[in-house]
Design a binder for this molecule. Structure first.
Ligand SMILES: NC(=O)c1ccc[n+]([C@@H]2O[C@H](COP(=O)([O-])OP(=O)(O)OC[C@H]3O[C@@H](n4cnc5c(N)ncnc54)[C@H](OP(=O)(O)O)[C@@H]3O)[C@@H](O)[C@H]2O)c1
Length: 324
């Protein structure tokens, strides 16, 4: 495992980040701990979670993923300073009018709840989970800056901001001379390129933001488990993956499969991750394995080096600028 600087900061994070959206959803506690142990043993020191995971499961109040990570660190005596924990705030966590959003009120409440569930006294990276159009950006950033000053949060980042909102936030931090977003978590993979490449990639490069893409495998589409004219696998992710079912993407999958085979038996998912890892702008793709086998497969992508001509084949087959 290699470690990379987190954007312009001196923080070193592993080149793969372990996502935890499936913890307490498609992975039970036992499997979650197996995945966390295997990832940590493989050198992954970077874990992404969110307060709302997995509130969409009936009867689940949210915060389950954070709690499982907190329990894992405690039960396994994981030294706190050996793990970089990224979590998020904004999603609805209760029925009240202030139980969501990026107001000073909700951020201050939410951070205490996340700290409690994670059983820690600081969060390495606190991310705004999309923007909040009902709260002035200055209020959000001043609240986050206070948390940094208090030592409860070490770095701040954002998720899924459109280009103009990201620029607005970076300039607001500069104007007020306070902490600024040091990372963006975009939706970025071989079948979802345009959103990041249109404007955000230039902003991230210019401002030296860390880039930690989520859904690097398109929620499972870029694994080969979905096939044209075949019954999709029985998975809660199948509906999301089905948005990528089109001629261009089936053709892309075929090219990825051939490339992986020619490179010595790499899987489609390893080709997808290697494509992201080859981009110097990307800090760490956030993988989302729901068991140890998927984790192992994902980690082996680090053994695959794609040559420029091979990257070109993938870029051409997934090109969005000239597609209809
Ligand atoms: N997706 C989002 O909306 C979202 C949003 C914000 C942040 N995040 C963060 O990003 C992380 C990753 O997102 P993601 O789960 O969408 O990532 P992803 O890597 O695109 O998709 C993960 C899914 O791919 C399948 N998979 C992974 N490895 C596989 C393998 N080797 N063989 C076969 N199937 C494999 C599994 O599907 P099955 O379960 O069907 O087996 C797994 O649930 C999350 O955990 C979270 O921390 C995600």
């Amino acid at each position: 495992m290699q470690y990379r600087n987190f954007g312009r900061t001196g923080l070193k994070v592993s080149e793969l980040c372990l996502g935890s959206m499936q913890f307490g959803w498609t992975a039970n506690e036992q499997t979650t701990f197996q995945v966390l142990n295997a990832a940590f043993d493989a050198g992954i020191n970077f874990i992404d979670t969110a307060d709302i995971y997995s509130r969409w499961v009936e009867g689940n109040p949210g915060g389950v993923s954070e709690s499982l990570i907190g329990n894992w660190m405690k039960d396994n005596h994981i030294p706190r300073d050996q793990v970089i924990i990224a979590t998020k705030v904004r999603g609805r966590m209760g029925a009240g009018p202030n139980d969501e959003g990026l107001s000073r009120a909700h951020i201050f409440n939410a951070v205490e709840n996340s700290l409690q569930r994670l059983q820690t006294d600081y969060i390495d990276l606190y991310q705004t989970h999309a923007y909040d159009a009902t709260t002035p950006i200055d209020e959000t950033l001043l609240a986050l800056n206070d948390l940094v000053r208090q030592g409860k949060v070490r770095y701040i980042g954002c998720y899924n901001y459109p280009g103009w909102r990201l620029m607005q936030a970076l300039w607001a931090s500069e104007r007020m001379d306070i902490a600024r977003y040091d990372s963006l978590q975009p939706h970025y993979n071989l079948v979802h390129r345009d959103e990041f490449e249109r404007e955000l990639s230039d902003i991230c490069q210019t401002y030296a933001l860390g880039v930690i893409p989520y859904s690097p495998l398109g929620g499972g589409f870029l694994t080969g488990k979905y096939r044209q004219n075949a019954q999709p696998p029985d998975s809660p992710r199948a509906r999301g993956a089905s948005r990528y079912f089109n001629e261009r993407n089936w053709d892309l999958l075929g090219k990825m499969e051939t490339l992986g085979r020619e490179k010595g038996g790499f899987s489609i998912s390893q080709v997808a991750l290697s494509w992201l890892l080859s981009n110097p702008l990307i800090t760490s793709p956030i993988i989302g394995p729901r068991n140890s086998e998927q984790l192992e497969d994902n980690i082996k992508s680090l053994d695959l080096h794609l040559e420029n001509e091979e990257l070109q084949v993938l870029n051409d087959a997934s090109d969005w600028k000239h597609s209809t």
